[in-house]
Design a protein around this ligand. Structure first.
Ligand code: AR6
Length: 165
């Protein structure tokens, strides 16, 4: 089973095999962590993303990492929080599971995740964190390390609490 770590910081600086991007269905960039990853990787990332034909919510697709320290970027699309009655939980679980499947297919040994859906998509971090950590523990076999890299204090606290439970 993978070691599950929680850290504060910028996911674009992570020296892991693959980082996960909280993208949208177009895969053509955006704000938040998506914008930061595209800026750090350089324009070749967008060129490769254009070839992918988008991505459904809950699914994941990989590209190279270009100028990032990480060799690959795994782009996943989290659900927009709509109060919890629209299948958000299953979709967020699917994002983590599919991202870990793709990581394994690539041969990645270490993967860093941001708090998918916890920014503009509005998923409460206190609900997302236990789900994300449980998915990493359940589906991270064959990987050495799954690291959650969090930006804000509240998000970090939610993930740290989930990982210690
Ligand atoms: N490193 C780690 N975490 C970050 C970074 C960073 N460099 N930058 C932001 N975060 P969000 P979503 C945190 O909004 O909610 C985009 O426009 C941020 O504080 O990036 O899944 C996409 O194109 C928050 O905790 O992603 C989509 O349209 C978390 O990353 C939409 O936003 C996720 O926030 C996806 O929304």
């Amino acid at each position: 089973m993978a070691s599950v770590e929680v850290a504060r910081g910028d996911i674009t600086a992570q020296r892991v095999d693959a980082i996960v991007n909280a993208a949208n269905e177009s895969l053509l960039g955006g704000g938040g962590v998506d914008g930061a990853i595209h800026r750090a990787a350089g324009p070749e990332l967008l060129s490769e993303c254009r070839l992918l034909g988008g991505c459904e919510t809950g699914d994941a697709k990989a590209t190279s990492g270009y100028r990032l320290p990480a060799r690959w970027v795994i782009h996943t699309v989290g659900p927009v929080w709509g109060g919890g009655g629209r299948g958000e939980r299953g979709l967020l679980d699917s994002c983590h599971r599919r991202s870990l499947d793709v990581a394994r297919e690539l041969g990645a040994r270490s993967v860093a995740f941001p708090a998918i859906s916890c920014g503009v998509y509005g998923y409460p971090a206190a609900l997302a964190a236990p789900l994300a950590v449980a998915a990493a523990r359940a589906h991270g076999h064959d990987l050495e390390l799954v690291r959650f890299v969090l930006f804000g204090d509240e998000t970090y606290a939610a993930f740290a609490a989930a990982a210690s439970g």
